[in-house]
Structures are given as C-alpha cells and as structure tokens.
Design a binder for this molecule. Structure first.
Ligand SMILES: Cc1cc2nc3c(=O)[nH]c(=O)nc-3n(C[C@H](O)[C@H](O)[C@H](O)COP(=O)(O)O)c2cc1C
Length: 318
C-alpha cells in the first residue's frame, strides 16, 4: 500500500502509544519487522511553544523510517503551524489524533471528542493539508458516543480534503477500551473511500490479522497492546504476510536479553535515573509470563542502576 507516495511493505504498523512508543521502543519494533511507526501523540500547542519535553517526543533516527509524527489539538491554525515544523524535522508523514479517549485530552475538546464536530475535523484536515507537502493521515475511533458512528462519514471528509490514509480503532470514545473492536465499522468505512483504511483493535495473533483483513477489506493493520513486553508478536503476526517467516516463540533468555537491550538503550537516551523509571512498566510486561514473576518484578522495581540489573539478569541468561 501507499501513504501518499511512500510505498509501504506488507506488515505490521506499530500503534502510537503515549509514554511507550519513543525512539527506543520504535527501534526495537523495527528490529522485529514493523513496517511503519509513529511518535506518540504530541501537543500541537506544545510544539509551537517549543516546550522541551514536547520536542523530545519528536526525536527520531533514520532507522525508524517510514515514521509519522502524530499531533493532537483543537485549533486548526495551530495544528497547521505545527505540521510545518514537523515537516522541517524530516518526518515522512503527519498523523492527526482524533481518537484519544483520555479525559485530560478530551476535556480540552481534542482527541476523540472532536468526533462530535465533523465541521471542526474538516477545518483541521484542510488547514494541515494546506500547511505541509507531507502526506497527512488521521487515526480515529468509530464515534464519540455509542450509536453515533461517524467514522465512514469522517473518512469521506478526510478523502475529500486530500488525506492519504485513515486508521480506525472501532470503539467509541466514551468506551475507552471496553467492549471489543467492531470490525463491521471498518468494513463500512473502507467501502466508502478509496484511500487505504488501516484496521486497528485487538489484533494479537496471525489469526486476528487474517480476520481483520478478511472481514474488513482494510489495506493494512496496526497493532498496539499485544506488542508490549512482546516484540516477537510482530514476527508472529507477520506469518500472515509471509508463510516462511521464521517466528520462534521466545524463551526466558531471549526475553531477558531484550529487556537488557531495551534498558541499555533507554538509559542511553534519558540517563540512568529517568531511563530506569521509564523502563518500570516494560519490566512488568516483559516478565509477566514467567513463573515466579512477582519476586523478579519486586527485585527489578527496586533497582536503581544499570549495573545492578546486569548483575541480576546475567546469571539467568548465561
Ligand atoms: C498506553 C496506551 C497509550 C496510547 N496512546 C495513544 C496515542 O498517543 N495516540 C493514539 O492515536 N493512540 C494511542 N493509543 C491507542 C492505540 O494506538 C491503539 O489504537 C489501541 O491500543 C488499540 O489497538 P490494540 O488493540 O492493538 O492495542 C494508546 C493505547 C495505549 C494502550
């Protein structure tokens, strides 16, 4: 498939995840074969204000390409301006967040709350497309409230405004992660537009990928939570695209080796104190399937230097 003029290989798109899909995580996902990655959602207002921590979210390396920067906000002109800035940073495309259900975002009228006002969505699309020569995409939900599905209509608006792709996680804003993704809405949406729809929601296996493609006719798939603590999932899901894919379920040693690599890279980027704090949730995800995970988790969460982690983990992998 294509995003604008960028040719994308068959494979898994890594879902943007706030607090998780930083440059380090994206590199690890790429190592396991992800074909497209995104920054987490970044405040367009924060970009214009040149906030240090906001700009840090936009750091990336060539190894991550093709990469999209995802922005959120409510003001079309501010979002357009931030798109211009993102283009200068060298991103491959810009993705607009119209799907975040978190109250800290929706109470400001951004994320999934925008689905209450399709005219506003249209103004945002137009302003961003006008402001950049990069391909523009949007990631969204079925609608804000149950029984008020707007995704197919929004996709048509996006297409008419010149957007290059439409990612759909078919749950409602008010539902956050409740219920299951309603694949019928993705099908209805892809039927309505000729731009590619990227199907997202609850994919955790090769079988789920098959169901998503067959039930919805979407052009690509995006995976989020299944990859947490388990980048091997990307390879397993790739079995759908390539039957010769060499997926082997990871053992304890492989998992701990990646945990160490991830920790080292994170500390390299953020320093020891901040890096270890960022790694805490990843530690829990990586070891969740281990017998006696609770004891190891307690030990990992107590640690405050990389050397101590190596001391703890190395005897388990050599
Ligand atoms: C911790 C977390 C953070 C997320 N942050 C973002 C985000 O920054 N931008 C976005 O568009 N979606 C975000 N999402 C939603 C995911 O991109 C994805 O749409 C959702 O998890 C459904 O896909 P999955 O079932 O494969 O996890 C986030 C999800 C999680 C679990």
């Amino acid at each position: 498939m294509y995003i604008g003029n960028i040719c994308i290989d068959n494979g898994v798109f890594l879902a943007p995840m706030a607090g998780i899909t930083d440059s380090v995580f994206r590199k690890i996902a790429k190592q396991y074969g992800c074909v497209v990655v995104y920054t987490e959602m970044v405040s367009s207002r924060g970009i214009l204000n040149m906030q240090k921590r906001t700009l840090e979210l936009l750091e990336f390396t060539d190894a991550e390409r093709p990469i999209g920067a995802q922005i959120f906000g409510t003001e079309p002109d501010v979002m357009g301006e931030s798109a211009r800035y993102i283009e200068q940073l060298g991103f491959d495309f810009i993705d607009i967040n119209m799907g975040c259900p978190a109250p800290k975002i929706t109470k400001r009228g951004a994320g999934a709350y925008l689905l209450n006002d399709l005219k506003k969505c249209e103004s945002i699309f137009k302003e961003i497309v006008k402001s950049t020569s990069l391909p523009v995409t949007v990631k969204t939900r079925a609608g804000w409230k149950r029984n008020s599905t707007v995704a197919p209509e929004l996709a048509k608006i996006a297409e008419n405004c010149g957007l290059a792709a439409f990612t759909l996680h078919p749950r409602y804003g008010v539902d956050s992660f409740k219920n299951t993704a309603d694949l019928e809405i993705i099908r209805e949406t892809q039927d309505k537009v000729s731009i590619p729809v990227i199907g997202n929601g609850d994919i955790a296996s090769e079988e789920d990928a098959k169901t998503m493609f067959e039930k919805t006719k979407c052009k690509a798939i995006m995976v989020g939570r299944a990859i947490l603590g388990n980048p091997w999932k990307i390879k397993q899901i790739h079995g759908y695209f390539d039957k010769t894919c060499d997926y082997i379920a990871p053992g304890k040693k492989e998992i701990l080796t990646i945990l160490l690599q991830h920790t080292k890279m994170t500390i390299g980027k953020y320093g020891e104190k901040r890096g270890l704090k960022k790694m805490r949730k990843h530690f829990v995800w990586y070891i969740k399937s281990f017998p006696h995970a609770k004891k190891l988790k307690m030990e990992l969460l107590r640690i405050d230097s990389y050397d101590e982690i190596v001391e703890l983990i190395n005897p388990m992998i050599v």
